[in-house]
Ligand binder design. Sequence first.
Ligand SMILES: [Zn+2]
Length: 340
Amino acid sequence: MSGKFFITPKTDLKKDLILDDVAVKGGTHQIVRINAGKLPSDNRINVLAHVYNSGIPGPVLLILAGVHGDEINGIEIVRRAIENKYFENLKKGAVIAIPLLNVYGFINFSRDMADGKDVNRSFPGHLNGSLASRIARIVTLKLLKITDLAIDFHTGGSERYNFPQVRYNHADTKSEKIAEVFGAPILLENSLIPNSFRKAAFDQKVPAVVFEGGESVRLDSFSIETGLKGIHNVMEFLELKDEEISSKAQSRYLVQKSTWLRSNMAGMFLWLKSSGQVVKKNEIIGVINDPYGTKSVDVVSKTEGIIIGHNNASVVNLGDPLFHIGSQYKVINTGTIEKI
Ligand SMILES: [Zn+2]
């Protein structure tokens, strides 16, 4: 499938691209500041959207990050893509790049909004709702409406490392194709979470994938480089740019089912295997010790699989998630999917 036939653009780029009542002319790049409320201190909060409009008919690609304010690998990927002029001199179409959606979470080192609500559980949102709901509504009303395809960049949770992975909805063949083209080492079939960005995009018939890489509030160069290559590859596939598709990860895994292996003892956790590694059933992949040198238990994998995420916490409680293991997976080679 060629990018040329992949998307039927819904916005006529022969006219100006309108975002939040700002007209971005063809052949120009403009920063549009979308008002997202005020802090209690009366400081105005804006979401900054870089809009690159080639003026030549083609798809409008939304590159979004910082839906969770502390997930800074995603923010850094989009920031670096802007700095390195990824979106300039487009052959056709347009790109809207938003490095930081949840400004409130970012300044509080938090995933959530100032009111404790998660933007990614607040879609499609309400203009008169909570802060999170209002931000979600901005995305639904002002951005998804003019978007043909979206990539939403995230990072793992606090102390939970995600091996770079692209999540997509198996029922949506276009999002599946974008996940494949992206070129990350892990593809994860993942059903749509109610009230998430991906669900809102799906409801508006906008194919969307979510990238996850690294852990929150910690920059991870492998995740950042994988995300940048992914943007590059998707843009090349959509024929927005002329460049060659960059090299894909050497071993790529399509994960269809995953499960968390949890701690069976509270104590100090040491991992012996980490994300990206394949493990066997009954293999010892970590150990938990009590602090007194009297008790120790092995962490044993209950399944054969590929580790797609792990816990970097050194002290864990009973039942804490330790390893996220893709238990049902296929190896992908040169675009074809082969069962192992
Ligand atoms: Zn996130």
